[in-house]
Write a protein that binds this ligand. Sequence first.
Ligand code: FES
Length: 313
Amino acid sequence: MTNGSWWAVTLSESVNGTRPLAVVCNGQELVVYRDAAGKLFALEDRCPHRRVPLSLGTVKPGGLQCGYHGWTFDGATGACLEIPNLHADERVPVRYGARAFRVAERDGFVHVWLGEGSPDGELPAVASQPGGREFTGSAIVSISFDGYLGVMLDGPECLLGFDGVRITDFFLGDPRVEGTHLVLDRGAVWKTAMLPPAFVTDHPLIVRTAVPLAGGMIRVDLLDADETQVVSIWIAASANRRGTTGICWRGFRYGNALRAAPLRWRVARAAGRAPFALFDKIDGAAIAALLVAPSRNLAAARAEHAAPMDAAA
Ligand code: FES
């Protein structure tokens, strides 16, 4: 899995100005915090003194102070700025320091550069700001990161659901690479609709899943038959500890009214309830039963996407 890209590690509002936040992204343990001016910093979540998590420390005016012996680290460089109780003739050794990471913020996500060298490429963007109602959340799910991406293509209904919508197995075309994502459309129907017993040929809805070729920002759209967006969800996903995957998301319900939407959908909309859910409990039996189909294209597409970057390095 590439590290050579920006990774969205958490939601902007999850990092407040009072407590440092521990996050795990692509296996890297990080502490993210803001100073009093709201500026973001990211350090390895490990004090170089005795390996205590820096996320247990305190945000100070000059940096992040470890909670154990009180060493303070500069958030931008990781350099140790202060060690309490030094004698007047002692100085902080210059080699003492925590590993610092480049951090940036865009469209409500905090992004960290986990690669070597200087960041390249654009920060992943939430491509449109629908202006509709927004819903956010986070979870850690008991499936590997690669497994999560694969299931998002092979059986997204195992990972998420739209209110009152049945996602079918019917692919509307082959998986295709669009920019930095592998994209697949599948048909969907309202659960209240009467269906032919075996085969659905008319899909009033489309579920479009776009899985990243680098980094970890997944996008899922619910579209009507004219491909007008109904709901869009941006999911930041990455490997957490012990084979799990951390996810956080921002989803938007667009302002358009769906003529054929069932009563349940309209009532939920009027009540301000989220029109979708990201599952934090994964049904292993359902995932094991999925055919490995569109996700077969993912590894090749990722390798092809990485090749030009490797050549340029
Ligand atoms: S373990 Fe952090 S200052 Fe000692």
